[in-house]
Design a protein around this ligand. Structure first.
Ligand SMILES: Cc1cc2nc3c(=O)[nH]c(=O)nc-3n(C[C@H](O)[C@H](O)[C@H](O)COP(=O)(O)OP(=O)(O)OC[C@H]3O[C@@H](n4cnc5c(N)ncnc54)[C@H](O)[C@@H]3O)c2cc1C
Length: 509
């Protein structure tokens, strides 16, 4: 139940800042176990949140544990059965959602106003105390615990507890204070989205559009009813594009991209386009400290390949609550005691996220856009003929491999060579490695390959920086999966551009 806030100091076991899916899930589990939890949010629920609103199968499994999926409102939520991939405006493939054992193949499109309120209601029903419209401004540790400072229309408050969980999203104050720095630009993506009505085509199909203008990144169209959809675009670039640039890009794509046109030609914007920044995972940034844990997007738990974050918010909320319960029992809230949560995140999500990070890093070099886009085409061609391959490739793109316990890293590694990255690296190799391969290579990329080589010469520093960063990610990845050396051996040859040289040197270390 919401409470009126008197101007006093509050005492509890755990203070949670941020009542989105991550914070509300942690509050649910802690309150259910009988602990005194206070959940703070600066907004008043139900509140909206800029999002693609796509709720995948891992998230649905977690919602089931919160008793949400049995509710009639959830059962009536908009159903998504299939996904289509468009490349440069042409439909490449449309197929059912990947089938992974133990997970539903039916996804949902649910506005965050609705979804987040359901999760918050679960936390309240379990006994969490929720204070809304309360802005947290800082925290301090003392010998007895942690003090969280906040302000609201009632004045200033102090919340005292043994433990603080930071679930305050992409601009997390708790994360900045814990780390002493902001999230690096390479882990930030600017994204925009708008709701459109008058949308045509299959309303149970989400569309991903890959095009040269928006790559590395993509635009999406996720239907949320018979004729309405959430439409947006995000591009992974440094420096990050401004929201206005992305609005121009979306407008351009909507008027010129045949795929988007086919569904949006008569569509009208409902409300306004909204921008937001999201954080992607960086395994080097701490997510625990003495008496502090970060969860959800505050911890950067967003898959870099597709921007999906709801499942990781729900999972990390549950894991953090479980660790917190152990710490309450032991009366030990040291960083060392809380580290088991950080290790769980790394063990369960780290390998999948590192794979995504590597894929994204490889594709970050816009010079090679045409090659990666061609690699997508090759991948899609094979997926059309081979349903098992389609499932695996779809699993990587949809992020299911980052969140599915049944899919082990070795299995992912073995199939990696057959997906975009393997195909793309082979093409890079053929295009740069041996000019005599050019005529043999796919005619469509020949011209692009020559342009790419020319750009490499014109911008050696950009390519060098990309190469160093790629090498770092490759090294991390090869450390986890020694068998990835097999894949790296397919990298471009040492005798050519600087990128391949760096990559190969790292593998040999
Ligand atoms: C454009 C876009 C599209 C996306 N599409 C998808 C998608 O389709 N599917 C998917 O799975 N994921 C998607 N994501 C990612 C997803 O939105 C996030 O990963 C998810 O919201 C993280 O949940 P959270 O609980 O960690 O944080 P949030 O949902 O952001 O909640 C954080 C809460 O903290 C509160 N807060 C912040 N600061 C303070 C403060 N100082 N004091 C008090 N309260 C505070 C905020 O009010 C907010 O309610 C998308 C993200 C973006 C930006």
């Amino acid at each position: 139940m919401d409470a009126n806030i008197p101007q006093t100091t509050f005492d509890c076991d755990v203070t949670i800042v941020g009542a989105g899916p991550a914070g509300a899930t942690a509050a649910y589990y802690l309150a259910k176990a009988g602990h005194r939890v206070i959940l703070l949010d600066r907004q008043t629920f139900p509140r909206d949140k800029v999002c693609g609103d796509l709720v995948g199968s891992t998230a649905i499994k977690e919602l089931q544990a919160l008793n949400i999926t049995e509710q009639p409102e959830f059962k009536n939520a908009h159903v998504i059965n299939k996904a289509a991939v468009y490349i440069d405006g042409k439909l490449a493939i449309s197929s059912p959602m990947p089938k992974i054992s133990g997970l539903t193949g039916v996804w949902r499109e649910i506005s965050r106003k609705t979804l987040d309120n359901w999760v918050l209601d679960s936390a309240k029903n379990a006994g969490a105390t929720v204070y809304q419209n309360v802005l947290v401004t800082g925290y301090e540790l003392d010998s007895k615990g942690v003090n969280v400072f906040a302000s609201s229309s009632e004045g200033n408050q102090i919340f005292h507890s043994d433990l603080l969980i930071g679930a305050d999203g992409s601009n997390s104050l708790i994360a900045s204070k814990l780390r002493g720095s902001e999230v690096p630009c390479s882990n930030r993506i600017t994204v925009i989205r708008g709701y459109y009505e008058g949308v045509e085509g299959a309303c149970d199909q989400v569309d991903l559009h890959f095009a040269n203008e928006s790559f590395p990144g993509y635009s999406w169209l996720f239907p949320n009813s018979q004729n309405e959809a959430d439409v947006g675009v995000g591009v992974l670039l440094e420096p990050m594009p401004q929201a206005g640039q992305l609005e121009d890009l979306l407008a351009k794509l909507m008027s010129q991209d045949e795929g988007l046109q086919s569904r949006l030609k008569n569509a009208k914007l409902k409300g306004k386009i909204e921008a937001c920044q999201l954080n992607t995972y960086n395994s080097h940034l701490p997510i625990v400290g003495d008496r502090i844990m970060l969860i959800g997007e505050a911890a950067g738990l967003v898959n870099p390949i597709n921007g999906e974050g709801i499942p990781y918010a729900l999972l990390s909320g549950r894991w953090a609550a479980q660790t917190a319960m152990g710490c309450i029992g032991q009366k030990d809230f040291s960083q060392c005691a809380l580290n088991s949560y950080a290790m769980q995140v790394e063990n369960e999500l780290g390998s999948g996220f590192k794979l995504s990070e590597l894929l994204v890093q490889l594709m970050r070099n816009r010079t090679l856009n045409p090659i990666w886009l061609r690699a997508f085409e090759v991948m899609v061609d094979r997926a059309k003929k081979d349903p098992q391959y389609a499932n695996i490739a779809g699993g990587i793109l949809s992020g299911l491999f980052s969140s599915t316990e049944g899919l082990k890293p070795q299995f992912i590694m073995n199939t990696l060579q057959e997906t975009t990255v393997g195909t793309g690296l082979k093409m890079v190799n053929e295009t740069f490695g041996d000019p005599s391969n050019l005529p043999k290579n796919v005619i469509k990329i020949t011209q692009s390959g020559v342009e790419a080589a020319a750009n490499t010469i014109q911008n050696p520093f950009g390519i060098f920086k990309w190469g160093i960063e790629t090498a770092e990610k490759m090294a991390e990845f090869a450390f986890i999966f020694p068998s990835s050396i097999m894949m790296l051996k397919q990298c471009p040859r040492e005798s050519q551009a600087s990128v391949p040289q760096i990559t190969i040197r790292v593998v040999q270390q």
